[in-house]
Design a protein around this ligand. Structure first.
Ligand code: ADP
Length: 483
């Protein structure tokens, strides 16, 4: 159990108040490493979600008129409080999602960085005076907050996926209703409490946990008072939300699934590639949407890379994320393990070699062995499906053209990585990859200062960076005549 009980909250946060669900129902939040129940959290209904949207609409009337500096001051206080409580939040996060404590601390810093960044960006939302097209007229473009925004978020980054959406929204002058993932509502509720302490006015930031996304999600994507829906999660759910949002023509941001290639060319620095591979693949036990899904390795270095990667992966320590030195926590739940098992079995049955791991871990529960597969071919399910687990499938290729063709042969387009020291190749490949983000000789690329987002079925819009706040602003054109 978490040491600091003041941040372990179980009620919904609506209109500045901690409230039970309308029905009085709760749902259990479990520690995936032990199966223990951490808390019983308010199970919000469509009615609770509607009340939260109405509160956000009421609060928008005043929040939109605050100055950017006033909003920035509150956001900076929120950022400071998050830093002050880094250890407590990190422990809560490790307990509800399983990631190693060091990674949870990293996420608190990363999640907080969006609040700091957008506090700064709030004061740089400029419009334009446009050179006129006629005498006696002046043309202006100004930016205004969209209105009530909703955020539906996943469990793999319980803090950062919320702040990456809500910080730009609040900075722009919008108000927000968040539905956190059912597996990880506790971090979201801790964040709300710190926002309250920082001085966010009632109704500006609301959190409605629920045991299933469907009913609350329908309100958050269909209610006429909601002007924007921001979602991070699976592509099938993203498509449902896009359809629901279409009825009232809402703005949308979608961060959906990926199928990240990691290309290792013959001219790569293999040691650097292995270090990048380890970080990109095994972080959060392979459960991030930008985790490498397919290693494409040129034949000249295939065996060397496979051997070096397997050696590095064998050094990972599997266990409860709260324990010292653990680098690989459990998968989020049994369904996650079953998917990984199915993909490994399918590859093995179709001729792949298990170089390392390949089965459930002796610790039981939802632990899985860090795995490396060689001789993987494109007819195996792992070529098309997002693994979301600690499995590295190594495909072989001969030419640069073949690598690009294989890398782009997917409906997804979120992150891609490649290692090469040939400057001509670096430009050719970086430009040819149909992905929103490309890591070149880098395995970890996320930062609040750069635009995060995908193309194709990986999503719409960008989060973080100076582009991130535009997603929460409408441009108003004003034409003044008779001057
Ligand atoms: P994951 O596989 O990462 O859990 P999901 O897309 O299922 O991805 O979940 C991401 C978020 O979407 C969670 O907050 C979940 O509750 C929510 N969600 C799931 N189904 C729906 C739905 N039909 N409508 C709205 N939200 C949903």
């Amino acid at each position: 159990m978490v040491k600091t009980t003041t941040l372990l909250l179980e009620h919904a946060f609506i209109n500045g108040e901690w409230q039970q669900a309308d029905t009085g129902k709760t749902f259990p939040v479990r520690n995936p490493a032990t199966g223990d129940v951490l808390a019983n959290v308010a199970d919000c209904s469509a009615l609770d979600a509607t009340r939260a949207v109405e509160a956000a609409a009421e609060a928008f009337k005043t929040w939109r008129h605050t100055t950017a500096k006033e909003r920035a001051t509150i956001l900076k206080r929120w950022f400071a409080l998050i830093n002050e409580h880094q250890d407590d939040i990190a422990l809560l996060m490790t307990q509800e999602c399983g990631k190693p404590l060091a990674e949870s601390k990293g996420e608190v810093a990363y999640g907080g960085s969006f609040i700091e960044w957008f506090a700064e960006e709030a004061r740089r939302v400029y419009g334009d005076v446009i050179p006129t097209n006629a005498q006696g007229r002046r043309l202006l473009a100004s930016k205004q907050p969209i209105g009530v925004c909703t955020a539906i978020t996943p469990w793999n980054f319980p803090l950062a996926m919320i702040t990456r959406k809500c910080a730009p929204a609040l900075a722009a002058g919008c108000t927000v209703v968040v539905k956190p993932a059912e597996a990880t509502p506790l971090t979201a509720l801790a964040l709300a409490e710190l926002g309250r302490q920082a001085g966010l006015p009632a109704g500006v930031f609301n959190v409605v946990p629920a045991s299933s996304g469907k009913d609350v999600g329908a309100v958050l994507s269909e209610h006429p008072l909601v002007r924007k829906v921001s979602f991070t999660g699976s592509t099938p759910v993203g498509k449902i939300l896009l359809k629901q949002a279409a009825n009232t023509v809402k703005r949308v941001s979608m961060e959906l699934g990926g199928n990240a290639p990691f290309i290792v060319f013959d001219d790569a620095d293999i040691d650097a590639a292995v270090a990048g591979a380890l970080a990109s693949k095994y972080r959060n036990t392979g459960q991030t949407c930008v985790c490498t899904n397919r290693f494409l390795v040129q034949s000249g270095v295939y065996d060397r890379f496979a051997e070096a990667l397997a050696k590095a992966v064998s050094g990972l320590k599997v266990g409860n994320g709260a324990d010292e030195g653990v680098t690989q926590g459990p998968l989020i739940n049994e369904a996650g393990v079953q998917k990984v098992e199915r993909l490994v079995d399918d590859a093995r049955n179709k001729g792949a070699t298990v170089l390392l791991g390949g089965k459930r871990h002796a610790l039981g529960g939802s632990f899985f062995e860090p795995t490396v597969l060689t001789n993987v071919t494109t007819n195996m399910a792992v070529a098309q499906e997002e693994i979301f687990g600690p499995v590295s499938p190594l495909f072989r290729f001969e030419t640069e053209e073949e690598a690009i063709q294989m890398a782009n042969d997917t409906p997804f387009g979120l992150a891609a990585y490649f290692y090469s020291r040939d400057i001509g190749r670096v430009w050719r490949v970086a430009e040819a990859l149909e992905y929103g983000m490309v890591g070149i000789n880098e395995g970890i690329i996320s930062t609040e200062v750069a635009p995060f987002g995908g193309v194709k079925e990986s999503g719409l819009g960008r989060e973080g960076s100076r582009y991130g706040i535009e997603e929460y602003l409408d441009i108003k054109y004003m034409c003044m005549g008779g001057l």
